[in-house]
Design a protein around this ligand. Structure first.
Ligand code: NAD
Length: 256
């Protein structure tokens, strides 16, 4: 694994209390970066993870706020930047499938406006809002952004319709943010396949194994696999911008 010396750098990770966001916050903090961990207000995992990481000697702070809320999101970002003193890295990771069971294209009749609104607010508008609120600080620091999209945004068959549309939007927004914030700020995205996070808690071991078997690399993707690529895109990858890196063990390659 590539290691970075990120002492003196700061980061804000949205949806950082679990899964991919937590793994990324942990890797950044272990590299010496000061990290603000955003979590939904009232989610006990936020303060718990901050306390745990502080116990390991990491320099982390909590940044409660709902990225799906037009007023709360910029307030949270501005507060986090004030607490951190500067902002080098923004990780737009918070995301939701909207429902516990995916609504696939052949279940179109079940798709409601309410679901669209929830998923759009968090997955797509949340990325726009956080980046807008952070843009001036990121420019001043000549920083970088990484957005978490999904293979569902790359015409992945069988994925949820509204969720896939928001993640396709994140991939498009990543390109245009890269254009809009250049030359000071680089903006990239990752598109994970099936990741062993809380989204899989209801999966049986058999279903997890079957999902892993579909990928060329024959193993499940861990949040740490994403964190490694995301920290590379933030702290390394100095000539990369506007790109989406697929991190799925070859799942999409195999099914094409
Ligand atoms: P996760 O549920 O562990 O992480 C999502 C985090 O976002 C949670 O901590 C949740 O509380 C937080 N969150 C949700 N809505 C929020 C809001 N409005 N404001 C602030 N925080 C909010 O699952 P994960 O797999 O780590 O998901 C992280 C990202 O990865 C998401 O954007 C998801 O769409 C994407 N992704 C996941 C998978 C997968 O298979 N797990 C695949 C492709 C993409």
């Amino acid at each position: 694994m590539i290691t970075y010396d990120l002492r003196g750098k700061t980061a804000l990770v949205t949806g950082g209390a679990s899964g991919i966001g937590l793994a990324t916050a942990e890797l950044l903090a272990a590299s010496g970066c000061r990290v603000a961990i955003n979590h939904l207000p009232g989610d006990p995992r936020g303060p718990e993870q901050v306390a745990r990481l502080r116990g390991l000697g990491r320099d982390v702070i909590a940044a409660p706020g709902d990225v799906g809320d037009a007023a709360d999101c910029p307030r949270m970002v501005e507060r986090a930047i004030a607490d951190l003193g500067r902002l080098d890295y923004l990780v737009n990771n918070a995301g939701t499938p909207g429902t516990r069971t995916l609504i696939r294209p052949d279940e179109f009749d079940r798709l409601t406006e309410e679901l669209w609104t929830t998923v759009l607010q968090v997955n797509l508008l949340g990325v726009f809002r956080c980046t807008k609120a952070a843009a001036a600080a990121l420019r001043a620091a000549r920083g970088a952004v990484v957005n978490v999209a999904s293979i569902a945004g790359l015409d992945s068959p069988g994925s949820s319709m509204a969720y896939g549309a928001t993640k396709a939007g994140v991939i498009s927004l990543t390109k245009n943010l890269a254009r809009g914030l250049a030359p000071e700020v680089r903006v990239n995205a990752v598109a994970p396949g099936a990741v062993d996070s809380s989204w899989m808690v209801e999966w049986t071991e058999e279903r997890r194994r079957a999902s892993a078997e579909k990928a060329l690399l024959k193993r499940r993707c861990r949040p740490e696999d994403l964190a490694e690529v995301m920290v590379f895109l933030l702290a390394g990858a100095g000539m990369v911008t506007g790109q989406t890196v697929v991190v799925d063990g070859g799942l999409t390659l195999e099914s094409r």
